[in-house]
Design a protein around this ligand. Structure first.
Ligand SMILES: NC(=O)c1ccc[n+]([C@@H]2O[C@H](COP(=O)([O-])OP(=O)(O)OC[C@H]3O[C@@H](n4cnc5c(N)ncnc54)[C@H](OP(=O)(O)O)[C@@H]3O)[C@@H](O)[C@H]2O)c1
Length: 330
């Protein structure tokens, strides 16, 4: 597994990480035993970066990671958590008192004195633009509560605004074959600023697994049932904001070009991780098989797969089917 620097922290993280929203809630049920097995499988296959948030299952995802770290500290995992979504998205809720309370809760859940990395969780644009936000985060670092901070964003414009902040460690943004704008707008700027980029929703919520059909259904407590039109949170977080039927067509076109033995999710993860400026790609996994398969996709970065040919197909499919609907929005 390749590793890359985590911004200017001096730490390195694996090119393929693990997203753990699935281990909290919103994706149907994942038992505690299965969730711990997913964490173990990812770590055993070279993953050293777990992405979580204080709201995933109201702390369940963080607590499971805390339990895993206590039992298996030898893996050298960096945990990136998020804060900001425990209260309504009023800019004034992003204040020093709440930052302290949220960070304190995450420290308890994860069982650590200092949080490795805290990302603001898709805050309003005005929060990203405010000097006070960043000085409050600097204070958390000075107090030893967090080692580093970053921000998860919805749009490229928000990413570029955040990149002007000198102590930013990472940007987390949706980037996948159905979302190409960050390629031109965010990755070069982040690279120049030595800010890490985490590519989230890399499989477009599973559409890029290539497994779904027109007949696929999702549980009622799965956001792929209840947030297709942005009813609960930003529409872009579900299937990357892509119309389901168009996504199926696009995924089939991508899969049709792959050589035998290379799956669409593996090709997708390797392609994302190989784009200059991407630090790590954080696929969510609901079971051990997915966690292992995703980690093992890291091997495609070391040769044996024609990334340039796949890159050309990704651009063709995006331009034909997706650019007009997706590019202007995020
Ligand atoms: N606002 C934010 O900051 C934010 C928002 C969204 C996500 N995130 C983070 O980003 C992570 C990744 O995004 P995501 O989980 O939303 O979407 P994703 O990684 O694009 O898709 C995850 C889904 O893809 C399917 N999948 C994963 N690996 C597979 C494999 N090897 N083969 C076949 N199918 C596979 C699974 O679908 P099934 O469930 O159908 O098995 C899984 O639930 C999250 O876990 C979270 O940590 C952050």
């Amino acid at each position: 597994m390749q590793t890359r620097p985590l911004g200017r922290t001096g730490r390195s993280v694996s090119a393929i990480g693990l997203g753990t929203w699935q281990l909290g809630a919103d994706w149907g049920q994942v038992s505690q035993i299965d969730a711990l097995a997913v964490l173990g499988a990812a770590a055993a296959h070279g993953v050293t970066l777990f992405d979580t948030a204080d709201v995933y299952g109201d702390g369940r995802s963080e607590s499971l990671i805390g339990e895993f770290l206590a039992a298996a500290p030898e893996h050298g995992i960096t945990v990136a958590t998020k804060m900001g979504r425990r209260l309504p998205q009023n800019p004034e809720n992003y204040n020093p008192d709440n930052f302290h309370a949220w960070a304190e809760r995450s420290r308890r859940n994860l069982g650590v004195d200092t949080l490795d990395l805290v990302q603001l969780h898709c805050p309003p644009s005005s929060v990203i633009a405010a000097d006070d936000t960043w000085s409050a985060l600097d204070d958390l670092v000075a107090e030893g509560i967090v080692a580093a901070y970053g921000v998860s964003v919805e749009t490229c414009a928000q990413a570029l605004d955040a990149l002007s902040r000198p102590n930013l460690t990472n940007i987390q943004i949706i980037f996948n074959p159905f979302r190409l704008k960050p390629l031109d707008e965010v990755l070069p700027a982040a690279r120049a600023a030595q800010v890490a980029v985490f590519a989230r929703v890399p499989l477009a919520s599973g559409l890029l697994s290539g497994r779904y059909t027109e007949q696929t259904t999702f549980a009622s407590d799965d956001h792929r049932s209840y947030n297709r039109n942005g009813e609960a949170f930003d529409r872009g977080e579900t299937f990357s904001g892509v119309d389901y039927a168009i996504g199926l067509t696009a995924a089939r076109r991508l899969a049709a070009t792959l050589p035998d033995g290379v799956s669409l999710p593996a090709a997708t993860l390797a392609w994302i991780a190989s784009r200059p400026g991407v630090t790590t790609v954080i696929p969510g996994a609901r079971n051990v098989r997915q966690a292992q398969g995703n980690a093992d996709a890291g091997a495609l970065l070391d040769g044996g797969f024609d990334l340039a040919a796949f890159d050309a197909t990704v651009h063709e499919v995006y331009d034909d089917l997706l650019r007009a609907a997706i590019h202007p929005l995020w």
